[in-house]
Design a binder for this molecule. Structure first.
Ligand code: ADP
Length: 378
């Protein structure tokens, strides 16, 4: 249909056709005059409120409202007519409606204003949002339950780790006593077994410490402040001075590092972990870590920090799993050993800040860890 044909058709549109459309719209539509009297009330409204058009037309629209709305409604209209300051007109918001049988339900109401021959009318479109509200409530209930069970799980992990520390320390100490007191009696095999026992209890102690630390991070709030990232990274480098020297490693800061709002201590921990990993998982004679900021397509709205190394790299199938607690890609003692908790802690700190962390890597050439410290919305 051409535009001129459509215009022609619209002129011949009869009142009957308009009424039929009005009666077949899914949403309820009510027209009131400036005194609140209903002049139009479509079929959807009959279903919604339980009053027939005959019951409703000529009555004040307050009959469709619960008591607390009813008492204020006249005031709303007259305030608006005098001040012209809209509270709901042209905006729309959630209100409550009351059916003929007295039940109250949530509805979305949007109101428009029409002036015809000097008279002002209001057109309200109403939609029953009971199902949506129930779903929202259900969802909130699930979120609350999930938060509660997460908190309980955190408390549980904390308590268990705490309680486990004592016996593990005991096993280690007793193995030590045995070695001291019985080394003349035990043969070589016995001593080896005792050595393994001590090694295993030391490792268990390290794992429990990691778990305790991880759950402590979850339990404590971030301490936000304006943080000079350049100074933070410098502090970390100073702390690692001997480690860097011993491992023939150098750190290159590739761009001006900004000042951002974050928890300085924890963000320092992110850098420390990523730097140490970049040196640890690295078999090049000259180890290099490059640190900087960039604008990354994965988070275009945010400052993205990166820590890039020239180490062994990470196969892409492990990009997600390395952030899991206790996940290591190598044998227990390979590359200096470790508990596999470092990156889980790093991710936890990033997520606490509302940010994201991801990896890009070429096996044999190195890995780059990118992270942001606030949500994608900024
Ligand atoms: P840990 O170093 O104690 O094993 P992490 O959580 O820090 O624990 O790291 C998990 C695993 O991810 C490491 O065991 C290693 O296999 C791999 N990994 C971490 N950082 C790097 C890196 N920069 N280059 C290569 N592999 C890495």
């Amino acid at each position: 249909m051409t535009k001129s044909n459509a215009l022609e058709d619209s002129k011949t549109f009869t009142e009957k056709q308009l009424r039929s459309i009005l009666d077949n719209t899914v949403d309820g539509m009510i027209v009131i005059d400036s005194g609140g009297i209903m002049l139009s009330y479509n079929r959807a409204c009959e279903k919604l409120f339980g009053y027939s058009a005959q019951d409703a037309l000529g009555q004040n629209v307050k009959m469709l409202m619960p008591h607390n709305y009813k008492v204020n409604h006249d005031g709303y209209i007259s305030n608006y007519l005098h001040s012209n300051e809209p509270k709901i007109i042209g905006i729309g918001r959630e209100v409550s409606g009351q059916r003929k049988d007295g039940t109250i339900f949530p509805m979305w109401l949007s109101i428009g204003e029409v002036t015809e021959e000097g008279k002002r009318y209001f057109v309200g479109i109403v939609r029953d949002i009971t199902v949506q509200k129930n779903l929202e409530e259900q969802q909130q209930k699930y979120v609350r339950a999930l938060e509660k069970s997460n908190r309980e799980l955190d408390d549980f992990v904390y308590l268990i780790s705490h309680d486990l520390k004592e016996p593990v320390r005991g096993i280690y100490s007793y193995s030590q006593f045995m070695r001291e007191d019985y080394q003349d009696i035990l043969d070589g095999e016995g001593l080896d077994k005792l050595e393994s026992l001590m090694k295993m209890s030391r490792r268990m102690n390290d794992l429990i410490d990691s778990l305790l630390y991880f759950s402590r991070i979850n339990k404590t709030e971030l301490s936000y402040g304006e943080t000079d990232i350049a100074a933070t990274v410098n502090g970390v480098m100073e702390m690692l001075e001997t480690y860097l020297k011993d491992n023939r490693a150098k750190i290159v800061i590739e761009s001006d590092l900004p000042t951002v709002t974050c928890d300085q201590v924890r963000v320092g921990e992110i850098f420390r972990n990523l730097i140490v990993n970049g040196i640890k998982y690295n078999n090049k004679p000259e180890k290099e870590i490059h640190i900087g900021v960039c604008s990354h397509e994965a988070a275009p709205q945010n400052i993205t920090f990166y820590v890039k190394d020239n180490g062994i790299g990470i196969p892409d199938k492990h990009y997600d799993s390395v952030f899991k607690m206790f996940k290591r890609l190598h044998g227990r003692d390979a590359y200096g050993g470790g508990t596999g908790a470092g990156l889980a802690i790093v991710k936890q700190i990033v997520v606490q800040h509302g940010g994201r962390i991801w990896i890009d890597s070429k096996v044999g050439e190195g890995a780059t860890f990118y992270f942001t410290l606030c949500s994608d919305a900024g």
